[in-house]
Design a protein around this ligand. Structure first.
Ligand code: AMP
Length: 586
């Protein structure tokens, strides 16, 4: 299979105007892909060459890539840089130069060879590695067509941001290999427990849907995290959970999933699948000392913790630990504790199908507690007054509120799902109608006057998980400090697109469009209906979506959340319905 075939698909996908068009184009590419290359082509569709959690970093410095383009096209580096200044995209620059120097070149690069070379580029380390990376890239470019060069350059420098969600690729896989999109849930579950699209594709071509259904969690492959719905009233939560639940403290920190593999290696993954064991060597140490099973997957919240006072510290402090450098000092200055709440795997056994009480018992048996390695505080409650008391106690003890968990015998761990088996009750839901939600930036409006040069407001969207689409809910220009305003354009620059991205559903026309990437915490006074916004379109009222009144940025960037972890449109619909039933206090 020629890499040109993939490059042509990239070009078409970039221009696709909606999600159905994306699926059709992906399906055509997958149909043209030989079975043995399916895993690799699936990674390429994600803009990757290995599963995301592998953390393969091609990250070639732009300067180096400029030199490779110069070498491959016989152009002076200065000239390449000048062209780059004009296009703003090295991919486009390379394409234009090759259109002259390599006009009429026939596609000869094979997918396998390209991916092999990209892996070598990523793997080159140590003395002389920069030169080696440069040579490898230049060799590829010397054989590439202009279109191939466009994507090779984007891939090795900033990464390919294709804006195709994994659910969309799963739809295409289901269409081509499993007789239709009805098979997506089985494929989705398989992906959710291993986060490796190549692994799912490989099971699918080798053993069909039976093999996909038999995939199990395995240490080393992160499991997509289970998420919580939200309600603002204890009685309502109990009713939803069948009259009884485990009320756990909701700690305000960073969620980690710890994996210890058979070789004794420990890795910590964030909910965005980043590897953070180097950022939290103290947490790794705590688990080395206190975790029983040799092979295990468990989850907990890493919280800043004052050991002298025995007190929890605010979220901002633990975020200080999310850094590349100065780790030893950060460990010293901001001690943390790990509060464990889930056990997904232990010594050969997939525990995700077990009910909560059994998983919790396995967790309790697997951890030797220490001052900084603890289980989450949890109590089983069956009446609203007890739930209320647990909530008050949690807040008094420095937590955000509660996560109320189903104790039903059929309630397993739902990887990647925001279902009604976990329901959060947070402090801010209770202050009149104000409520924070996490929304993703999909567009921006140019600033005027004092805000010239930055943005006056951003267009924000919620995630429609069923459709794998982002639907708008508000415009927000309040709550940004001067520093926030100055930082917005560079923070958003990597996500900028010339037109509305295919997975964004909007009825407005902002000055700039963004691929969903940056997640902000937003506080709003009220949800209303509006014909200008598309979240929950037509679900409450015909020809209207949900909008926010008086939205304000809380100052909190949710870099720990991927765009698909933002508040869902379904949550907004639920919030709206709840608010309709509860009269606003005055
Ligand atoms: P939110 O980020 O507001 O959707 O709340 C869900 C998050 O709360 C989870 O992803 C965890 O990071 C965090 N959390 C804190 N305490 C718990 C707990 N006891 N059980 C589950 N999640 C918790």
């Amino acid at each position: 299979m020629k890499y040109e075939t993939v490059a042509e698909a990239y070009r078409d996908l970039e221009q696709a105007s909606g999600r159905l068009a994306l699926i059709e184009r992906l399906a055509a590419l997958l149909t043209a892909t030989p079975a043995e290359l399916l895993p690799v082509v699936c990674y390429l569709c994600q803009g990757l060459i290995a599963p995301e959690f592998a953390g393969v970093d091609l990250g070639l410095a732009e300067k180096l890539a400029v030199r490779a383009v110069a070498a491959a096209t016989g152009t002076a580096p200065d000239q390449v840089t000048a062209s780059l200044r004009e296009t703003g995209d090295l991919g486009q620059t390379a394409e234009q130069l090759l259109a002259v120097t390599a006009a009429g070149r026939r596609a000869s690069l094979e997918v396998t060879a390209v991916v092999g070379t990209l892996r070598q580029i990523a793997g080159a380390e140590g003395a002389g590695s920069q030169g080696r990376k440069l040579d490898l890239l230049a060799e590829l470019l010397a054989r590439a067509t202009p279109l191939e060069a466009r994507y090779l350059l984007r891939h090795v420098t900033k990464g390919l941001r294709l804006g195709i969600g994994t659910p969309t690729i799963l739809d295409a896989l289901a269409q081509v290999y499993a007789g239709g999109r009805a098979a997506r849930p089985v494929l989705e579950r398989a992906y959710n427990i291993c986060c490796d699209l190549g692994l799912v594709a490989s099971a699918l071509v080798k053993g069909g849907m039976t093999a996909v259904g038999q995939l199990r969690v395995r240490p080393g492959n992160p499991v997509r995290v289970m998420l919580a719905q939200r309600l603002s009233d204890g009685a309502e939560i109990l009713a939803k959970l069948g009259g009884r639940c485990a009320a756990e403290y909701k700690y305000d920190g960073v969620r980690v999933q710890a994996h210890r593999t058979a070789d004794g290696e420990m890795e910590l993954f964030t909910r965005r699948l980043e590897r953070v064991s180097t950022q939290f060597p103290d947490v790794v140490e705590l688990l080395r000392a206190g975790l029983g099973p040799r092979e295990a997957i468990l989850e907990g919240e890493v919280v800043a913790f004052d050991p002298a006072a025995g007190e929890l510290r605010p979220f901002q402090e633990v975020m200080f630990r999310r850094r590349k450098y100065g780790i030893a000092e950060a460990v010293r200055d901001v001690p943390v504790a790990l509060f464990c709440f889930e056990m997904l795997y232990a010594d050969g056994e997939d525990l995700t199908m077990l009910p909560y009480t059994e998983r919790r018992a396995r967790l309790a048996g697997a951890i030797s507690q220490a001052p900084r390695l603890r289980l989450t505080t949890a109590t089983e409650v069956d009446d609203p007054a007890a739930l209320e008391a647990a909530f008050e106690q949690a807040v008094t003890d420095g937590c955000e509120g509660l996560v109320c968990k189903s104790v039903s015998p059929s309630a397993g761990y739902q990887a990647g799902a925001r279902g009604w088996l976990w329901i959060k009750l947070k402090r801010d839901y209770r202050t009149e109608l104000s409520d924070t939600v996490d929304l993703v930036v999909v567009g921006a409006f140019a600033g005027r006057g004092r805000r010239r040069g930055t943005y006056g407001a951003v267009l924000l969207a919620a995630y429609d998980a069923g459709a794998d689409v982002f639907r708008t809910v508000t415009k927000c220009g309040t709550g940004f400090s001067d520093a926030d305003l100055a930082a917005l354009p560079p923070r958003l620059a990597p996500f900028q697109r010339p037109a509305r991205p295919a997975r964004v559903d909007a009825r407005q026309d902002p000055d700039v469009w963004f691929e969903p990437g940056l997640v902000l915490e937003i506080l709003s006074a009220e949800l209303t209906l509006s014909p200008n916004y598309t979240a929950g379109w037509g679900q409450i009222k015909e020809d209207a979506g949900l909008a926010m009144r008086f939205p304000r940025f809380t100052g909190r960037y949710r870099d720990d959340k991927a765009p698909q972890d933002t508040t869902t449109t379904q949550e907004l619909i639920d919030l709206y319905r709840i608010a309709q039933r509860t009269p606003a206090s005055t």
